[in-house]
Design a protein around this ligand. Structure first.
Ligand code: ZN
Length: 131
């Protein structure tokens, strides 16, 4: 196993400040619309489905399944990008799959949340690893 990868810090703006602050407490927050009762990601105050601003955060369980993935082998350090569908929420988020044999990844595979460090001490990146 290679040493832990440090990801570039994401840009934090007022709309995503609470989301990123929660990552430092190992919490993955997903924006929920109380009006049309659906989740969306990336977090936005205005629901992209119905335009309501009656939205709030809910904490994800931290488990999901790989919807699709792609392994970047030409990079100096190969890495895997995936869309992971979060259990119980019906949304997929783009993320990195870490700490695994990339050749063994499969669509439909169960994965679990594992936060990765970034170049900022204040923010961690939600990544996933095989469950
Ligand atoms: Zn809505």
């Amino acid at each position: 196993m290679t040493e832990q990868k440090i990801f570039p810090a994401p840009s934090v703006d007022p709309e995503t400040k609470e989301f990123w602050a929660a990552t430092n407490e190992n919490k993955l927050l997903v924006r929920y619309c109380n009006s049309c009762e659906s989740y969306h990601h990336y977090p936005r105050t205005i629901c992209p489905h119905c335009g309501s601003d009656d939205t709030s955060y809910k904490q994800a369980s931290g488990t999901g399944t790989i919807y699709s993935y792609s392994v970047m082998r030409r990079a100096k350090e190969p890495y895997a990008i995936a869309y992971v569908t979060l259990d119980g929420m019906g949304i997929s988020m783009m993320t990195n799959i870490i700490d695994c044999d990339f050749d063994a990844l499969e669509i439909g595979q169960s994965v679990k949340l594992k936060f990765s460090p970034t170049t900022s001490d204040d923010v961690r990146l939600p990544t996933f690893t095989p469950a």
